[in-house]
Design a protein around this ligand. Structure first.
Ligand code: ASP
Length: 331
């Protein structure tokens, strides 16, 4: 989110000049201050959601378009609800059932939606760089909701928020990221986000699923599942079968993967916490009893997704350089 500043929360006023166009395309758009500010805004919003009336007026009259070319449950529903809870109008377009099925290009689809003058386009696409492309052809603020195996920045932010709520800190926290790192945009964003806040990441998985040279992102690598024991947080990744090249043998079989690399209660030590971005393959990368246990923060991650995405939308549209201080109005 280039150009973000530490401006206090405020709402736009009649006659304000339009804010500069900002995007959240990758974790590299953020610095430590902007992460702290976003997590702080999310905390303020979470408090407001304890009230009976949960809607905030902050983005009244704004339009948030969700443009999803890949399936989604958590990300799409939370962006939709986040925009509604901030009183924005929302529109969702999924590739299936739209003119994308008829062969319409991303450019033509984006230009069509741009005619409605959206303030934000949230886009998920299987191709790396699609969010940047939409940023180039429209005037909206763009949020990357996942592009191929590249980035998923709001997932990383909600994961930081969840860890901070559970552990009370991020600095020095050690996170083991386990499994299919090779195909995971979640892992790439999370490794960078952890490095930004002074946390430590160790990638654990079979060599076939760890990208070569990934240490340059600021993490360690282990091919021994026993190493998850050293971490404060065990972050389990889904086996991304839809991104695996047909015919390539990354693991002998899912059954063997589960036996060798599955996160089971026997492999955890007491006081470790477990996270997973969802959707889970129960019994493959994570044992069902672990997913449902008290050490699992998977439901918390879903709740964090809502407040963090509200914070991101708010920050893009109502925060920014040079704004006068004015607190977020809580209805
Ligand atoms: N929901 C996450 C994503 O879209 C993680 C996953 O699909 O495994 O990347």
């Amino acid at each position: 989110m280039t150009e973000l500043t530490t401006a206090p929360l405020r709402v736009a006023r009649e006659g304000d000049p339009p804010p500069p166009r900002r995007h959240l395309l990758a974790i590299s758009d953020l610095d430590r201050n902007s992460v702290d500010r976003l997590l702080g805004t999310a905390t303020t919003i979470a408090r407001s959601l304890d009230r009976e009336v949960k809607k905030l007026p902050a983005l009244r009259g704004r339009l948030v378009v969700n443009l999803f070319y890949e399936s989604s449950t958590r990300t799409l529903s939370s962006f939709d609800l986040a925009a509604k809870r901030l009183s924005a109008d929302t529109m969702a377009l999924r590739s299936s059932g739209s003119s994308v099925d008829k062969g319409e290009s991303l450019k033509d689809t984006a230009l069509t939606l741009a005619e409605y003058d959206p303030d934000v386009i949230v886009i998920r696409h299987p191709h790396i760089g699609a969010p940047q492309f939409v940023a180039n052809v429209t005037h909206a603020h763009i949020v990357n909701a996942g592009d191929g195996k590249h980035q998923h920045p709001t997932q990383a932010l909600l994961d930081l928020y969840t860890m901070r709520e559970a552990l009370g800190r991020l600095d020095g926290v050690h996170v083991a990221i386990v499994g299919d790192v090779l195909h995971s945009r979640v892992a790439r964003s999370l490794i960078q986000a952890l490095a930004l806040v002074g946390a430590r990441a160790t990638l654990v998985g079979p060599p076939t699923l760890i990208p070569r040279g990934v240490e340059s992102l600021g993490c360690e690598v282990s091919t021994d599942i026993a190493d998850i024991e050293a971490a404060d947080v065990v972050y389990v990744l889904r086996m991304q079968r839809e991104r695996m090249d047909a015919g390539a043998a990354y693991v002998p079989s899912l059954r063997e993967y589960a036996a060798e690399w599955g996160v089971t209660s026997q492999r955890l030590r007491p006081s470790q916490i477990v996270m997973h971005p969802g959707p889970m393959n129960r019994g493959v990368e994570i044992a069902p009893d672990v997913a449902d246990s008290a050490v699992s923060l998977i439901s918390e991650q879903v709740r964090s997704g809502l407040v963090v995405r509200m914070a991101v939308l708010y920050d893009l549209l109502a925060g920014g350089p040079g704004d006068d201080a004015r607190p977020l109005e809580v209805a």
